[in-house]
Design a protein around this ligand. Structure first.
Ligand code: SF4
Length: 702
């Protein structure tokens, strides 16, 4: 049997063919040559998916307080616990913390339950940690959270600027596509803007190793340069934008002269000028950005400073041009479509807009509707810690490892009256704190859709039976909803029925929002099963999808104009001190995914980088009295971990890098989240994972 499905890891969203040999219990994985995200390519993680299957280590049965329980008893317990807390303390005392790993259908019912039925917007997601600054930046500039470009634009561009993105490791198939385009079109130039000299620099014509956090200086400087050198697209700016004068004023105030910008960014002025000239001289420019931009207390301003440069030059809404937020997770985009963030309603509608609330409530026929945004991820766990949120259901994510100040998250869960965790795996750091554990269906067992970084909706299809008593997340949510007395809103028999609701709801904002998949709202079950990857909007039945947005120059703000957002540069919140002289930067490695609950099971992936490490410049290592291969302790005001020192040559002076993947379950507590400062962007709520003051000392066993 051969099934076409989608890789469950990064936001590239590669198509996968699973070849199942049931007789011998073997699943072979190959890239899907027909899938437009990857055309048959897979990276190491995708290729090893077959090794992560099987029942070993799976959470197979529900548990209540550590004891095996029936599914009925566990679901009753969850519903009774949530009901009690709502009755005693009100709806805002309960919360869901969900994940970009969920399928869109799971996300849809979770959001519906909380915002329309329980009546709280306290549903946030681990996507808050990876792309919420891009969401906020898009909304401020375009009026809607939308990515205007597609992967093909990376192949059509004459200049690709990769900002804060180790594409080679974190979005490997996109990197392969970019590298191939460069090979085939020799004039293509690639600029990498990243403090680290990562593997991505292998294809860079220019690498700008900017000081961490200096992106707004850099792009404000670019805006000023482009304007001063006569590269303003006057007709486009007049017809389709507003606010240029204010943005220019802000840019000139902070980045008026080249030398000053270069000094703020910590790079040579001639390299900076080289970049500015390149940007000015190429009509087709894509600026692709990722966590190095988003995960910052100035993340939203960084995003807008990039978008401003594209608006000024009119390089948006055309083939090969535009700003491009590359999402981290497989379904970060799908979660945004259904309002899976505490700050959004379903179908890209706004919680603050009374008419939108009414539209959604009428569609759901729901008894109530939230009127204000809920708590964002870090605030949510603070509220649990402070006893304001008393019951939480964590789905498909491991916050005890991944959130900043992760030891505080542990303390919060220890204090919480009811912690429910639904997960595929038995031994995660977060499961330890669960009063109720619910076994969730894993990749290969569940059915639904995901949306990748280029707005492409693809099917994930089941090719294996459910393990033990595991059930799809949407099913678990609907069962709890019914037990809470909400039978009518949650009578779904399968993912297809949920998808139709989601698609029909998107039609309600038609004309006001780009997000419209109303053309998929009447798919039969067979058509849903056979759904080919398609990019939204899909406004009418039979519509082929929309590779590029904003081609008409129409934006989703008042008078259909985009907004230049004035951005003033600011340094990371926590400055270096004598005691903590290095910047701790965190991120992914090539062959692991998130907290390793799945990739940690694949033997071939372990061979790349088998243990956690502290990467630093050789001279900084010398100053810290540590050396290559030696165990060292990296410590911040929030926590510490021990790992081996590497001096890979990638690091600039003053910065240490520790990967995010290792955890308490698979190493001697190498959770780097426990070291990260819990400060967030004031607009998006995204944490500053790239800048925590730290020190490194030799590790000695007493
Ligand atoms: Fe999966 Fe991303 Fe690799 Fe594609 S690039 S195979 S989506 S991890």
């Amino acid at each position: 049997m051969s099934i076409n499905t989608t890789c469950p890891y990064c936001g590239v969203g590669c198509g996968v063919i699973a070849q199942v040999d049931a007789a011998n219990n073997i699943v072979s994985i190959a890239g899907d040559p027909a899938h437009p995200a990857n055309f048959g390519r897979l990276c190491s993680k995708g290729s090893a998916l077959g090794q992560t299957l099987g029942s070993e280590g799976r959470l197979l049965y529900p548990r209540i307080n550590g004891q095996r329980a029936s599914m009925n008893a566990a679901l009753d317990h969850v519903a009774a616990g949530f009901q009690r807390v709502v009755d005693e303390h009100g709806p805002d005392a309960v919360a869901l913390y969900v994940s970009g790993q969920l399928l869109t259908e799971d996300y849809y019912v979770a959001n519906k339950l909380m915002k329309g039925f329980i009546g709280t917007a306290n549903i946030d997601t681990n996507s808050r940690l990876c792309m919420s600054s891009a969401v906020s930046g898009h909304k401020r500039a375009f009026g809607e959270d939308l990515v205007p470009v597609c992967y093909e634009d990376l192949e059509l561009a004459d200049l690709i600027v990769l900002v804060g993105s180790n594409t080679a490791w974190c979005h490997p198939v996109l990197y392969q596509r970019i590298a191939q385009a460069k090979q085939q079109r020799p004039g293509v130039q690639i600029v990498v803007i990243d403090p680290r000299r990562t593997m991505t620099c292998e294809i860079a014509d220019l690498h700008l190793p900017v000081r961490g956090g200096s992106d707004v200086w850099l792009f404000n400087g670019l805006l000023a340069y482009l304007h001063q050198q006569g590269h303003t697209a006057h007709d486009f700016v007049t017809d389709h934008t507003e606010g240029l004068d204010e943005a220019l004023q802000a840019a000139l105030a902070s980045a008026g002269d080249l030398e000053g910008v270069a000094a703020a960014c910590g790079i040579h002025a001639d390299r900076l000028l080289e970049f500015y000239r390149l940007f000015a001289s190429r009509a087709r420019v894509v600026t692709a950005f990722s966590m190095g931009v988003n995960q910052s207390t100035a993340g939203t301003d960084k995003v807008n400073s990039i978008i401003n440069c594209h608006l000024l030059t009119g390089r948006i809404g055309q083939p090969g041009a535009g700003p491009f937020s590359i999402t981290g997770q497989p379904n970060a985009m799908g979660g945004r479509e259904v309002g899976g963030l505490a700050t959004m309603l379903a179908a890209h509608m706004d919680i603050e807009d009374a008419r939108h609330r009414e539209l959604v409530q009428r569609f759901w026929r729901s008894p109530r509707m939230v009127v204000k945004p809920g708590l964002k991820a870090v605030e949510l766990f603070d509220a649990i810690h402070d006893g304001k949120v008393k019951a939480v259901w964590i789905m498909a994510t491991n916050p005890v490892v991944s959130l900043p100040d992760a030891d505080k998250v542990k303390a919060a869960l220890r204090r919480c009256e009811l912690v429910v965790v639904s997960d595929c795996f038995e031994n995660t750091d977060t499961n330890e704190f669960a009063h109720v554990l619910l076994p969730a269906a894993g990749w290969g067992e569940k059915d639904g859709t995901v949306t990748n970084s280029e707005r492409r909706i693809s099917r994930q299809r089941a090719f294996q039976p459910l393990s033990g008593e595991a059930r799809p997340d949407w099913w678990l949510i609907c069962e709890v909803a019914r037990r809470l007395g909400f039978d009518n809103g949650f009578n779904y028999d399968n993912a297809h029925e949920i998808f139709l609701d989601h698609a029909a709801l998107s039609k309600l904002n038609s004309g006001e929002r780009a997000f419209d998949i109303g053309g998929l709202a009447k798919l039969t079950s067979a058509e849903y099963d056979a759904l080919e990857p398609v990019q939204w909007p899909v406004p009418a039945r039979g519509h082929a999808g929309t590779p590029r947005l904003l081609q008409s120059g129409r934006f989703y703000r008042r008078e259909s104009k985009a907004r230049f957002v004035p951005t003033a540069p600011r340094a990371p919140v926590n400055a270096l001190q004598e005691e903590f002289p290095w910047v701790l930067n965190t991120g992914r490695i090539r062959d692991q995914w998130h907290t390793m609950t799945r990739t940690g099971r694949a033997p071939t992936l372990a061979s790349h980088l088998p243990e956690p490490y502290i990467d630093m410049h050789a001279q900084d290592a010398l100053l810290s009295a540590v050396s290559e291969g030696q165990l060292a302790r990296v410590e911040t005001q929030w926590g510490a971990l021990v790992a081996r020192v590497k001096t890979s040559g990638e690091m600039p002076r003053g910065m240490v890098f520790v990967p995010i993947h290792w955890n308490g379950a698979n190493a001697s507590d190498a959770r780097v989240g426990a070291l990260v400062n819990p400060v967030v962007d004031p607009v998006s709520g995204e944490p500053e994972f790239k800048h925590t003051p730290a020190r490194v000392t030799p590790f000695t066993v007493n």
